[in-house]
Every structure is written in C-alpha cells, then in structure tokens.
Design a binder for this molecule. Structure first.
Ligand code: BG6
Ligand code: MG
Length: 219
C-alpha cells in the first residue's frame, strides 16, 4: 500500500453515539416550549448546526422568538448537553471505529475530523482519540454548514491531500451531500435508504473490514 489518501471522519453518529444526548437536550428545550419532539424529529437535526437545529425545532412548533430568547435556549441546550459528556470515556466509541483508526495509523494514512460540532475537541480528548487525528476541523472553524463542503475541503487541505483522494465517513444526509459536492468518496454509516446518495454504505464500522480500506487505497 503506497497510496496516501485522506480519511475524514464525522464525529456525532460516526465515532460516538452522541445523537441520543443531543436529542435529550433538545427535547428538554422543546418540551419547555410545549413543542412535541420525537426521535423522528431528531433525525432532521443530524449533521445540522446548533443554531439551525433550534430554528428547525421552533418551526416544528410554529414558534417565533426574539434573538435574546434564542440565544438563551442555545446556551441552555449546550449546558444540558455537556452534562451528558462529563463522564464520557473510550467506552462510548462506536464498535469497530477504533480498529479502523488503528489500521489507518499503522499504514501511515492521514486522518482528520470534519464535524459541525463545537464540542468536538473535548469529545476526542475524553475518548482518548485526539492523538489519532492529524487535523481537526469543527464547528468553530467553518462558516458554512453541511451540505456545504467547506468543513471537508478544509480538512483535506490541512492534510495536504486532493479532494478526489479523500474519503469521508458520514451518518447524515447533509454530510454525505457535502462529501459528494467536494468531489470526495462518500461512505455512509447507517441506513442504506436514508444514505442512498453515498458511494458506499455500511450499517456501522463493524461491517467495514480492512480489505475495503485496502481497495480504497489502491484506487
Ligand atoms: C453535529 C450533530 O455533528 O453537530 C448535530 O450531528 C449537532 O446534531 C451539531 O447539532 C452541532 O453540535 P454542537 O455540539 O456544536 O451543538
Ligand atoms: Mg454525524
């Protein structure tokens, strides 16, 4: 394997199952505003920035609010979300992820994070994964949210790899679209129907074997 590719990972729903914590924190805000908020609604928020997520929830409840109220709810949501992260450790890394990260490291492949979250770095630190990443691009670094390709293009640039030689692992539709728009190879992690725009789709990382990575590296 002499080819070098960029391997770019989304965070929430790919490396850690934080969607459940985002859900609980948003549900608290939604319910305090008498807005019904279900797991199906939560699907709409995957890959979506914090600010946009609140707007989607307010739209669901047909609630209009002042910027001051919105800022307060955004702060409350994040404070509540952070309480779920306090005890986070490596046990919350999704099955199969560590094995692939290790394989990539052993083969000297550059690895980056490409996430919409502003909490990405503390999560990587708590799970012990930060040393595996040669570059981290998160919600603090970009101005345009997925499906805009900015986050992935910035990650590939930091790794000094061309977009067409970059592979993106994503669990959200917006993220798969961002990777495709960036002219990268999109690998969807999750439901095949939902992620049908991805070039490759796997249920989770336990379904990805090292042979698949080797095939990508030979392309
Ligand atoms: C994305 C999640 O990765 O990050 C979204 O899929 C979340 O659900 C977004 O809203 C922003 O995250 P944070 O941690 O900055 O609120
Ligand atoms: Mg995600």
């Amino acid at each position: 394997m002499n080819n070098i590719k960029a391997f770019i990972f989304d965070l929430d729903g790919v490396i850690v199952d934080t969607a459940k914590y985002h859900y609980l924190a948003w549900k608290k805000i939604a319910n305090s505003l008498d807005i019904d908020f279900t797991h199906e609604h939560n699907e709409l928020l995957k890959g979506v920035s914090r600010v946009r997520s609140l707007d989607i929830i307010l739209d669901l409840g047909k609630v209009t609010a002042s910027q001051e109220d919105k800022d307060r709810w955004l702060l409350q949501k994040n404070e509540d979300y952070l309480t779920y992260l306090v005890d986070m450790n490596e046990s919350e890394i999704l099955p199969g992820v560590f094995r692939i990260l290790q394989f990539l490291k052993e083969n000297n492949q550059p690895i980056a994070l490409g996430s919409a979250s502003k909490n990405a770095r503390p999560i990587l630190e708590k799970t012990g994964l930060l040393p595996y990443f040669d570059a981290v691009v998160d919600g603090n670094d970009v101005t345009n949210a997925k499906p805009d390709p900015e986050v992935f293009l910035m990650a590939a640039k930091l790794l000094n790899i061309k977009p067409e030689d970059s592979i993106v692992f994503e669990d959200s539709v917006a993220g798969v679209q961002a990777a495709n728009i960036a002219n990268m190879i999109s690998v969807g992690i999750g439901d095949a129907t939902t992620l049908q725009e991805a070039k490759y789709i796997f249920n989770d990382f336990t379904a990805i074997d090292t042979q698949f990575i080797e095939v990508l590296l030979r392309k």
